[in-house]
Design a protein around this ligand. Structure first.
Ligand SMILES: *Cc1c(COP(=O)(O)O)cnc(C)c1O
Length: 336
């Protein structure tokens, strides 16, 4: 495969196959590979009208040893099941889900970027209600698709810190709403806020808790963390999506001797961190250089706007595990 791997963006590039399983008559069909990129469904499908849909995101890497591995696919399976449960969809079995991820990567092996390019194969599972329903009720039929697309290295011009804007005028998720599950609806609800941020020159917005605006929730579609005096601190909240990257960084932070705290994080703590960052599958970790609060006019600056030493160490350690450059101490990497 001849692609300009290093310069791929986070877009969609057609690959050879996607894999599908249908939930009908109370059972999942045997997953099948297809070359069809389209979906035909009933116009009254619940995903179209009532947003009965959830998705996942993960990456496959070609390691230094040439072996292709997926990062913690079982965690995606478990999280998809928790999303499905809350949105009253059929729950895909963990084994079937992981197997679909592996099979679709294998079938598109020629799109897994070569080692050393910093690129990877992004895996996108998506589950949605396809059964017709006009009353507000769960569908009787579902479709689970897993497709892949190669993505370039997130940091093309070096590990550069991002500027973040606090958005008090919009909420991503309600206090007891769907913030804890990976529902597409959360993303639809965040588009206005993200666009306002972009127009003002901020790649990410920081959401405060929707009820009191006192605590830190999430940083765009990524988890937030701060590091202070050897402690890795990350928000615990019903409206924060449990990030697999963050969960892994917490393990690595503890390995490096940092203390880890997952608890409500007060707005006032923003002024006390030595380092701050956001984390998720796309970037692994984005150091936050500064956070601007339009309400107070104050800008919180971290490490003079440069990546902090812990952020840098955490980023490199996780990447080294993903690319099989360092031992996979925790058994996170699943070979096909
Ligand atoms: C997917 C997602 C994340 C990151 O989760 P990872 O498993 O680390 O990719 C964080 N926040 C939100 C809102 C998300 O949807």
């Amino acid at each position: 495969m001849d692609l300009d791997w290093k310069n791929l963006s986070f877009g969609y590039i057609k690959t050879d196959y996607n894999i599908r399983s249908y939930f009908r008559d109370g059972a999942w069909t045997t997953p099948e590979l297809t070359t069809d990129e389209t979906v035909t469904m009933h116009m009254a499908a619940t995903c179209l009208h009532y947003g009965q849909e959830a998705f996942e995101g993960q990456k496959a890497f070609r390691g230094a040893d040439g072996v292709i591995r997926i990062f913690r696919p079982e965690e995606n399976a478990k999280r998809m099941r928790s999303s499905a449960e809350y949105l009253k969809m059929a729950l895909p079995p963990v084994d079937m889900f992981v197997d679909m991820m592996k099979r679709v990567v294998k079938a598109n092996e020629r799109f897994v970027p070569p080692y050393g390019t910093g690129a990877s194969l992004y895996i996108r599972p998506v589950l949605f209600g396809t059964g017709p329903q006009v009353g507000v009720k769960p569908a009787g039929e579902y479709l689970l698709i897993v497709f892949v697309t190669p993505v370039g290295p997130y940091y093309k011009e070096g590990f550069n810190p991002i500027k973040v804007l606090i958005d008090r005028d919009h909420d991503r998720a309600a206090p007891l709403g769907t913030g804890h599950v990976k529902a597409g609806g959360n993303y639809a609800a965040s588009l206005t806020s993200a666009e306002i941020g972009h127009e003002k020159g901020y790649p990410s917005v920081l959401y405060l808790d929707a009820k009191e605006k006192k605590h830190i929730d999430e940083c765009g579609a990524a988890n937030f963390f701060g590091i202070r005096d050897g402690v890795y601190i990350t928000p615990k909240s019903h409206s924060v999506l449990p990030s697999i990257t963050n969960m892994s960084l917490m393990t690595l932070a503890a390995e490096m001797g940092l203390k880890v705290e997952q608890r409500p994080v007060d707005y006032d703590e923003l002024g006390t961190f030595d380092e701050a960052g956001s984390c998720g599958t796309a970037a692994v970790l984005s150091p936050i250089g500064s956070i601007y609060d339009p309400q107070t006019g104050h800008t919180f600056v971290y490490n003079d706007g440069k990546p902090g030493k812990w952020s840098e160490k955490l980023y490199h350690r996780l990447r080294a595990i993903q690319y099989a450059e360092e031992p996979d101490t925790y058994g996170w990497m699943a070979a096909l």
